[in-house]
Design a protein around this ligand. Structure first.
Ligand SMILES: NC(=O)c1ccc[n+]([C@@H]2O[C@H](COP(=O)([O-])OP(=O)(O)OC[C@H]3O[C@@H](n4cnc5c(N)ncnc54)[C@H](O)[C@@H]3O)[C@@H](O)[C@H]2O)c1
Length: 400
């Protein structure tokens, strides 16, 4: 694929490093930046034949097959609109929109134009995440009951993030979009998100948006997706997920602890350690290959394969829209302090059914509440009578 990069900032460089790393065959051929010096510098750094200070010119360029949007949130819709004009496939960084309304317009635009729309939710492509999904889909941990996804760091690196109008919000929109989509994958994208309860506050930074929030997303099958996001966390970037199922548990640590720990007095140098690391002396937690740990290579492979195979990628514009709808409800709940419904005018998954709870039977008369081997080797079972509801216990000496 021949790709045009829109934007030359932080994520544009991360994506470029990933696209041009190793012996990958999909390459950037064009970069758009409104500042000519930045455009030229980016083109030189990644050996690109073209650069432009006009978004339209970059998209329209005849060599360009796919457009990669790495612009601030308020420019995503404009960029998608330009791509539809020239029928160029588009892949867009997160969050898709600042609101579900904006995301829906973007979804409609690509569907009406018949072009490909990929949602660059990298954290749903990390090797650890993809392997967890395989286990969940095989049924290794049973039915997923609760997920927790956490992304916290000391705050983003550019002015526009802190401007609510341009970003669409604070930590909820910036980091919550990752957490919500991670939980949706674990719980099942066909399961409808129903309502959200969210606490949010501006605890540290002098901004209009929230810099810390915790939310619960309730799904139609009874599962709960919890998100914890913060721009006030000290100590680097904390990316962790937990999944609790009826038959098992998964814990993933994607960044601060990847199995690489190091100590330095700092006398030898003062280099970069990892994204959002706050220190480069003392005990450090570097990340071997950040792009890989964050899922970029697998994400781009899926996107470009999907374009070639004329199929949907794992993460689509539709997913981006559902995420925005959940976040809209979170913002509302933070305001009203009530559970707020997730408003999805376009729902493509299963219709919610009455949640059927099934209890495990011990015998014809009893349900099994719990079985445990005690320290003395006895086995104890706790039972509930199916008719009377009376709870009893039975101890077997030695193993059953
Ligand atoms: N993990 C991830 O997926 C991830 C990580 C970081 C950022 N992002 C997303 O990437 C996008 C860009 O974020 P970033 O961190 O690269 O920001 P950044 O500020 O580092 O870069 C933004 C780029 O857009 C340009 N720009 C800013 N205002 C503009 C305007 N009015 N017109 C044209 N160009 C303008 C800037 O000059 C810069 O090149 C955001 O949507 C953000 O949410 C995603």
């Amino acid at each position: 694929m021949k790709i045009a990069m829109l934007g030359s900032g932080f994520i544009a460089r991360f994506y470029a490093e990933s696209l041009h790393s190793q012996r990958r065959k999909d390459h950037l051929v064009m970069v758009y930046s409104r500042n000519e010096e930045n455009a030229k510098r980016f083109a030189d750094d990644y050996n690109l034949p073209h650069y432009s200070t006009s978004m339209e010119e970059a998209i329209a360029h005849p060599e360009v097959e796919v457009v990669l949007i790495s612009l601030p949130n308020h420019l995503h819709e404009t960029a998608v609109r330009e791509c539809t004009k020239y029928k160029k496939h588009v892949i867009c960084t997160k969050p898709l929109g600042r609101t579900a309304k904006e995301a829906k317009r973007m979804l409609d635009l690509i569907e009406e134009a018949g072009i490909f729309g990929g949602y660059l939710e990298d954290l749903c492509y990390t090797p650890k995440f993809l392997k967890s999904m395989e286990s969940i889909q095989r049924g290794d941990i049973g039915k997923v009951l609760w997920t927790k996804s956490r992304e916290t760091h000391p705050g983003p690196h550019s002015d526009w993030f802190w401007d609510k109008e341009k970003s669409g919000g604070g930590a909820i929109i910036d980091l919550g979009c990752h957490c919500v989509e991670i939980s949706r994958n674990f719980i099942g994208k066909n399961i409808k998100p129903m309502e959200v309860m969210c606490w949010a506050d501006t605890q540290v930074h002098p901004i209009d948006a929230e810099d810390h929030a915790i939310g619960l997303v309730k799904y139609a099958n009874g599962a709960i997706g919890q998100f914890e996001v913060s721009w006030t966390f000290r100590g680097g970037m904390d990316l962790r997920d937990e999944v609790m199922g009826t038959e098992g548990t998964i814990w993933i640590n994607s960044f601060l602890r990847t199995g690489f720990e190091m100590f330095t007095t700092g006398k030898g140098g003062d280099g970069y350690v990892a994204e959002k690391a706050e220190s480069n002396t003392g005990w450090l937690f570097p990340v071997g290959d950040e792009a890989y740990e964050l899922g970029y290579p697998h994400m781009f492979t899926d996107m470009f394969n999907a374009i070639e195979e004329k199929r949907q990628p794992l993460e689509t514009f539709y997913d981006g829209y559902v995420v925005n709808a959940i976040l809209d409800a979170a913002f509302k709940s933070a305001d009203t302090k009530q559970w707020e419904p997730v408003i999805l005018e376009d729902w493509r998954g299963d219709e919610p059914e009455e949640h059927q709870k099934k209890w495990n039977s011990y015998d014809d008369d009893h349900y099994l509440i719990k079985e445990e081997i005690l320290p003395n080797g006895d086995t104890k079972v706790i039972l509930k009578h199916k008719q009377t509801g009376v709870v009893t216990q039975k101890v077997t000496h030695g193993k059953k």
